[in-house]
Design a protein around this ligand. Structure first.
Ligand code: WT7
Length: 651
């Protein structure tokens, strides 16, 4: 079916749920009513019905010490038992938990019984290595089943994982290891990406040489890439020599609902990443609830696939905890969408008969560029629900996703949330809510949001404002690791007891919410958060750089792209003969310091930066330039001729 997308945009503003979908939907309108009538009672009901508690809780929310919330605090549970053992005990041990697909085409299907056994072995190994409740374990792995096993084994013994995305550099890994004082690193020799093995263990070695804290006692290494690795006797251990040989018997202990589950680092407005802390009972309740209701999960029949890496919050909540708590069958794919051919994802959908697909707008836009013929060559008729996350999905991409991937009539849910929120906060409920392309729509049942002006007044009607979450929610962050002051300052100082999300938003006449992007110095590149300050400090750390300013410029594929303006030191500027080469060197430098995702799309070498009289860089003007627009109002610049000079240098 070919639809004139432009026309579709004008004509179809809303899609009602089809009666067939609504008739079988997991969610119903009663959820909104129940949550509106008794919000805390609603969450208590969800926690009791979705999870298994070793000790039932009696108190739902303790908000006596804001902004430090405690949910279900006197209850006890084991997160891993909720994700594994109880499904086996319920007779579903033979259900496939993970259909794993390696990039080179090797694959493994792992049942709930097998996954449970593997996690028990790993839990025993961790205990033997001296890891116990509250200890931090860094995980630096490719998308292989062992990543899921490692996370759940850490959770099972009440320790805290800190997963670091495999694309991050040795420096980034070292600073995360130091900040959390991790005593163990779980990694692999290497993993497959874009047709090649990328080394991981060597990066860990380099990171440990750099890590100043000396907290790491052991490195546990999964064999995957078969690349050569160096070995530190006494410190390094192979997974296949330890976990594979450990006992598959393991009695799990119950932990407090507020026992820390993980730390996940994300970029903020300053140079130093924040270790976002999540705990157990509330987090698992809301990830399970949203995974079930937003994705309309029927665990007996659905095959679910979330394409996110476990190194991001989406991978934590919607590859590991939500789906496994719900007993779902899912696909886990190691590699990139275009290896060995551009139809790789669609081949996987066809092979495993994927019915629910959750991915990011940046991926959808790159598929749009390649054209509809590629997905059309595969049978995608198993799909019955599509999800999007990471940045606003433009209506064209929404319509393309629904038509070309979804066959034209299945629900597309756009889900707004953050590393800090832990789980989905704003989204349609399929089968219940009418769908509106481009809008993330409404808070899920039990979540309350508002849009406020800078001085805290409610913004009514079409005008935009700042998105706040007005009441505590079960999966909310409990703090920033080691920095309670920064936690208060970043999220709670602006509006008192309301959570400031850092996003602009507006509500339309139907009450639907449209996200307008970050209002702080945080960029969103391919759905990943990057801080302008962090990249600026990396650039300034290069011996050639005198000063640097970074902006997020809109980009057709990645949403935003990193664009840097750099002033070279006078001594260096004299020596540079090839500006393009100098720019390339700086781009490489950022990639090696932070990771490839942070590599600037462009670095412009300039003589000056636009500054106000008080010395603040006016990034707004640089963004105009980077986006090819007429440069805006320059009257507040200390020297109004600066922008003309920069424009000449750049164009
Ligand atoms: C920021 C959070 C949540 C997992 C992925 C990113 C932006 C996220 C949407 C959406 C518009 C979105 C926001 C948010 N964002 N989803 N559906 N519509 N914007 O997690 O790295 O913590 O980034 O991503 O700006 O604040 P994250």
């Amino acid at each position: 079916m070919t639809v004139q997308i432009d026309h579709a945009l004008e004509e179809i503003r809303r899609f009602r749920p089809s009666p067939e979908f609504a008739a079988q939907a997991v969610a119903d309108a009663g959820l909104y009513e129940a949550a509106a009538a008794d919000r805390l009672g609603f969450w208590a009901d969800q926690a009791r019905s979705l999870l298994t508690w070793q000790k039932p809780f009696t108190q739902t929310l303790d908000w006596s010490n804001p902004p430090f919330a405690r949910w279900f605090a006197d209850g006890e549970l084991n997160v891993a038992v909720n994700c594994l053992d109880r499904h086996v005990d319920a007779g579903n041990g033979d259900r496939v938990a993970i259909h794993w697909e390696g990039e080179p085409g090797d694959s493994r299907s792992i049942t709930y019984a097998e996954l449970t056994q593997e996690v028990k072995r790993a839990a025993n190994t961790l205990t033997e290595l001296g890891i116990g409740r509250g200890d931090r374990v860094a995980i630096y792995l490719p998308m292989i089943p062992e990543a899921v096993v490692a996370m759940l084994a850490v959770a099972r013994i009440g320790a805290i994982h800190s997963v670091v995305f495999g694309g991050f550099s040795a420096d980034s890994l070292a600073s995360r290891i130091d900040d959390a004082e991790a005593s163990l690193v779980i990694t692999a020799d290497g993993g497959w990406r874009k047709g090649k093995v990328f080394p991981l263990k060597p990066v860990v070695d380099e990171a440990l040489a750099k890590a100043e804290g000396g907290s790491v006692r052991n490195v546990l290494v999964v064999r995957r890439g078969e690349n050569d690795v160096e070995w530190t006797e006494g410190r390094d251990l192979w997974w296949h020599d330890t976990v594979a040989k450990a006992s598959p018997e393991h009695e799990a202990q119950a932990f407090d609902a507020e026992n820390p589950l993980f730390i996940l680092y994300t970029s903020g407005t300053t140079g130093k990443p924040k270790g976002i802390l999540h705990t157990s009972g509330g987090y698992l309740t809301q990830t399970a609830f949203t995974h079930r209701n937003v994705f309309d999960l029927h665990p007996e029949t659905d095959v679910y696939w979330c394409t996110a890496d476990v190194g991001w919050i989406t991978g934590h909540s919607y590859v590991v905890y939500g789906p496994l708590a719900n007993g779902a069958t899912q696909v886990l794919y190691e590699g990139t969408p275009d290896t060995p051919h551009p139809g790789r994802w669609w081949e996987i959908v066809e092979k495993y008969q994927v019915s629910i697909l959750y991915t990011a707008p940046t991926a959808i836009r790159s598929f749009m560029k390649l054209g509809r013929q590629i997905p059309h060559d595969f049978n995608l008729r198993s799909l019955r629900l599509l999800g999007s996350v990471g940045e606003p999905i433009n209506p064209e991409a929404w319509i393309w996703y629904r038509h070309v991937i979804g066959g034209g009539s299945i629900p597309v849910v756009d889900t707004w949330w953050q590393t800090e929120t832990g789980a989905i906060m704003i989204s349609a409920l399929p089968g219940v809510t009418d769908l509106k392309p481009g809008s993330a729509q409404v808070p899920i049942p039990g979540i309350t949001v508002d849009i406020l002006s800078d001085d805290g007044e409610k913004v009514e009607g079409e005008g935009g404002g700042l998105l706040v979450i007005t009441d505590p929610w079960p999966s909310m962050l409990r703090g920033i690791w080691g920095d309670p002051e920064r936690f208060k300052e970043t999220y709670w100082e602006k509006f008192g007891d309301k959570y400031f999300a850092g996003d602009g938003a507006r509500r339309d006449e139907d009450g639907d919410i449209w996200l307008l992007g970050r209002v702080d110095d945080v960029m969103n590149v391919s759905g990943h958060r990057l801080s302008t300050a962090e990249i600026e400090s990396s650039l300034v750390a290069h011996p050639w750089t005198a000063e640097a300013a970074v902006v997020g410029a809109s980009d057709e594929t990645t949403g935003q792209a990193v664009v840097a303006f750099v002033i070279l030191k006078a001594s260096q500027a004299e020596r540079v003969t090839d500006v393009a080469e100098a720019a390339d060197e700086l781009r490489r430098h950022v990639a090696s310091q932070i990771g490839a995702i942070a590599r600037p799309r462009q670095v412009f070498i300039v003589n000056e930066l636009p500054k106000t009289r008080s010395g603040k860089i006016m990034r707004r003007l640089l963004r105009d330039l980077a986006e090819g627009r007429q440069v805006g109002d320059t009257t507040t610049l200390a020297d109004t001729s600066v922008m003309t000079a920069i424009t000449e240098q750049v164009r």
